[in-house]
Design a protein around this ligand. Structure first.
Ligand code: ATP
Ligand code: MG
Length: 368
């Protein structure tokens, strides 16, 4: 049997990027041989194993054929006869279809190295169209490697347009799509992900709400520049959409609860935050209470972050509202409940009194 390093590890080493996880390909071996060598099978009917010591993934060479609609509609054929070239041809992009053998020699039947040098994301074969997730993957890689000058090859974009037009993107599960979206949002230039989807008309299929919506890409770009977390990036992307559109996008991809929540709150309160400096103390308090800043300080910080990124994205040099809101939150939090409890207040009475004290604190804060 021959063992090759494949996929992202080969690509990223050639790009001088740090390699996160290494995938291995085993040619000329049977399941039984692998098990005899101590490799642990990952799933029952999937020819993937974990190395007994390193825990890295070793996959038997396989061919794939589409047998129906959706991702379930794939049949695998793994056998010792499947060659390196046959395995690599089923992969999405030429830069992902290179292999390196034990002596460090590159095996590159689909000219991934040339595409890497030319900064091109190009599909390996027409079989690309068999898995619509690849449209999202290409857009994600475009977002990741945009700083290096990578572009989607014209013929690949044309194929992506065909896939979008076929309606097959609708067959993707929320889970598979979200995984790509999430990773794309965390890349260096996440707005490129959306731009690429738009340029092949996949955005209409996946996120039609964004097609004629407000331009939120500048905000998203700022969020990446400022290393904001996923929640903030998602909220930036959805900023300014109708509440119904925010809800639809949240639900279509089953976004994590914190992402959903922040996007909704930004939709509801961002405009107020933009006017923070002129808000009456009562209105300030209402926002702080609604955010439950006492128990959820991080969520409020993320809200401020999303508002700030949008402002910077619109060309404002700074966003003084951010520190103003932080200061207001600090003032409200500084109110001590103890003296009120010592006065014998409890339950609703205590709540009202606490709110009154916080309002006083905000009045003082606003006048400072
Ligand atoms: P990353 O750095 O994001 O992990 P990667 O290239 O290693 O990038 P993986 O999702 O880990 O991506 O997949 C490993 C390899 O398997 C890819 O390089 C590619 O060759 C192949 N691959 C993964 N998913 C697909 C897919 N949906 N269609 C075709 N090939 C795929
Ligand atoms: Mg990988």
């Amino acid at each position: 049997m021959q063992i090759y390093k494949v996929g992202g590890a080969v690509r990223d080493r050639l790009l001088d990027r740090t390699v996160s996880d290494v995938d291995w390909l085993v040619v000329g071996a049977t399941v039984e041989q692998m098990q005899a060598l101590g490799y642990r099978p990952v799933g029952a009917d999937f020819p993937v194993f974990l190395h007994p010591k390193t825990g890295e993934e070793y996959a038997l060479a396989r061919t794939e054929r589409k047998s129906g609609r959706g991702y379930g509609g794939f049949t695998f054929h793994a056998s010792p006869e499947v060659t390196l070239e046959e395995d690599l041809v089923r992969r999405d992009l030429t830069i992902n279809a290179m292999a390196e053998d034990a002596s460090g020699q590159l095996h590159d039947p689909y000219h991934g190295k040339a595409d890497l040098d030319n900064r091109l994301l190009r599909h390996v074969s027409p079989a690309f169209a068999e898995d619509p997730l690849r449209v999202l993957r290409v857009a994600r890689f475009a977002a990741r490697y945009a700083p290096l000058g990578f572009k989607v090859a014209d013929e690949t974009l044309a194929l992506m347009r065909q896939i979008a037009a076929s309606g097959e993107l609708q067959a993707l599960t929320a889970e598979r799509s979200w995984k790509e979206i999430e990773r794309a949002l965390m890349e260096a230039e996440p707005q490129v992900f959306i731009e690429v989807l738009r340029s092949c008309a996949a955005l209409e299929e996946l996120m039609p709400e964004l097609v004629h919506g407000p331009d939120t890409l500048a905000a998203l770009r700022q969020a990446a520049r400022h290393q904001q977390p996923l929640t903030v990036r998602w909220a930036c992307l959805l900023r300014g959409l109708e509440p119904a559109s925010v809800k639809a996008l949240n639900q279509r991809f089953k976004a994590p609860r914190e992402c959903q929540e922040l996007a909704v709150l930004v939709g509801e309160f961002a405009e107020k935050a933009d006017h923070a400096l002129t808000l009456a103390p009562e209105q300030l308090l209402e926002i702080l209470q609604r955010f439950d800043i006492y128990r959820r300080p991080q969520r409020f910080e993320e809200f401020i972050g999303a508002c700030e990124m949008a402002a910077l994205g619109h060309g404002q040099p700074s966003y003084p509202q951010a520190d103003y809101l932080r200061g207001a939150a600090a003032a409200a939090r500084a109110v001590d409940v103890k003296p009120l409890v010592e006065q014998g207040l409890t339950g609703q009475g205590l709540g009202e009194a606490l709110k009154g004290e916080r309002l006083k604190a905000l009045q003082a804060y606003a006048q400072r």
